[in-house]
Design a protein around this ligand. Structure first.
Ligand SMILES: Nc1nc2c(c(=O)[nH]1)N[C@H]1C(S)=C(S)[C@@H](COP(=O)(O)O)O[C@H]1N2
Ligand SMILES: [Mo]
Length: 436
């Protein structure tokens, strides 16, 4: 399956987590692929092709309608532009690397990772944020206006990356959205410090964790189920850069990115940054909300062989994300004249740490050239790098980028440790260059 059609392909998934034949790169048994379309995926499909499909019942479930296979842009997400849709319910869409070229990711290019269905009919005049939990001394509910007035406002540039970014490359494959490299963005976020709000409400001495609740609903429609409710240790919550934000790049948050209020906890899996934020609990234990437990956003405590079944008690919660980089220019697949040198550039980030070096290679990692690397605008912002490459003769090349963090840890050139849910793939990003 080509990369281009992978997103469309996933639209067939009633439940992408279970539909393992959707997994990119896996050769599925052709018989098992011939299931019929479910009713809801058929409806989604008809909406997208813009016509009913009379012979739908004969359509193999793995088939990409030719009408869609031709187009890069099967359906539009309001306010977004050029994103690749991996799943339509819940909506998940990533940004192609060349559209991440801006120093600050624009709202229309910021990826979307929804676990549930966003809230409808948002009335910002009546939107409230409740701070509570067993380790909160003075539980308080704030209106949006109160939050903005009571606490000092701050803006930070913060990097958010989904813990599953890069999942599509793992083998054996992991279920879930088959992100390639684009579940990443770095925007300017404006809001109040989480620590100012928590301190105002009083943090008991036994507090160890915080957890969030959002206004989105479970895909099953069951009002008693919460799609996701994660959090971070109190020490991370109290960092200067941990925000309760209402603006991205100086404007209201985009609807799909958590309008009107969200948490932004840079450097950690973006799943810790609750969208459509309604409530924060201060906990006397590790928060046990939806997707905090079991295998969600966890990796094996010790390295395991690919395909190993790992018991839940041997998994640990992902904290700071590993060092990583992306090539945002040129676009993969360009044709380049041999006589000219090629300018390449991109960004690099390293969870809670800083990136200290970035290297590029055009010979599959046999030799590396140091790139120019800028310092971050503030802690937890991504860093920009650029380099120039020469090509000795015509032919097919790949440009690889490799970042090293402030503790000397490098991105791996091959896939890092396999894990059951396919998190933390920080292998070098590669682009193809045809030299003529
Ligand atoms: N309420 C709520 N918050 C959420 C989610 C969600 O589904 N619901 N998804 C989380 C995950 S897994 C990620 S990666 C980020 C994605 O943020 P974005 O959609 O703004 O890019 O939001 C996190 N916060
Ligand atoms: Mo995520």
């Amino acid at each position: 399956m080509s990369k281009k059609t992978r997103g469309i392909h996933n639209l067939y998934a009633e439940d992408a987590e279970k539909a393992d034949w959707l997994v990119w790169g896996r050769e599925a048994d052709p018989i098992s692929r011939r299931g019929f379309l479910t009713k809801s995926s058929l409806l989604a499909m008809t909406a997208i092709v813009g016509a009913s499909i009379p012979f739908a019942k004969y359509m193999p479930s793995g088939l990409i309608p030719a009408a869609l296979a031709e187009s890069n842009d099967p359906f539009q997400i309001p306010g977004k532009d050029g994103l690749i849709i991996l799943n339509d319910r819940p909506l998940n869409a990533e940004t192609p690397p060349h559209l991440l070229d801006d120093d600050i990711t624009p709202a229309n290019r910021f990826f979307i990772r929804n676990n549930g269905i966003p809230p409808e009919n948002i009335d910002i005049n009546n939107w409230t944020l409740e701070i509570a939990g067993e380790s909160c001394e003075k539980p308080t509910t704030f209106t949006l206006a109160e939050l903005k007035q009571k606490f000092e406002n701050h803006t930070y540039q913060l990097t958010l990356e989904c813990g599953g970014n890069g999942r599509s490359e793992f083998n054996p494959p992991a279920s879930g959205n088959q992100w390639s490299v684009g579940a990443i963005g770095c925007a300017n976020w404006t809001g109040v410090k989480l620590k100012d709000v928590l301190n105002f409400c009083g943090i008991k001495s036994d507090a160890v964790y915080i957890g969030y609740y959002g206004a989105d609903t479970h895909t099953s429609g069951d009002p008693n189920k919460v799609p996701i409710s994660r959090g971070v240790p109190i020490s991370k919550a109290l960092e200067d850069e941990s925000l309760i934000a209402w603006a991205m790049n100086g404007e209201d948050l985009p609807f799909q990115n958590g309008y009107p209020l969200r948490m932004v906890v840079g450097g950690w899996p973006a799943s810790a940054s609750g969208k459509w934020l309604k409530k924060i609990v201060i906990r006397d234990q590790v928060h046990d909300g939806a997707k905090m437990t079991g295998k969600s956003y966890r990796v094996p405590r010790n390295p395991v062989a690919p395909g190993t079944r790992v018991p839940d008690e041997d998994m640990r919660i992902i904290e700071s994300m590993p060092v990583k980089s992306i090539v945002t220019f040129p676009k993969s697949g360009i044709i380049h004249e041999q006589a000219k040198s090629l300018a390449v550039r991109g960004h690099a980030w390293a969870g809670d740490l800083e990136v200290s070096e970035v290297y590029v290679s055009n010979d599959f990692g046999a030799s590396w050239k140091k790139a120019d690397l800028k310092t971050p605008v503030n802690r937890l912002a991504w860093q920009h790098w650029n380099a120039t490459l020469e090509f000795p003769k015509t032919g097919y090349y790949e440009v690889w980028a490799r970042a090293v963090d402030s503790q000397g840890r490098s991105q791996p050139m091959v896939l890092p440790g396999w894990n059951p849910k396919g998190y933390l793939n920080n292998a070098c990003h590669r682009i193809a260059v045809q030299v003529v």
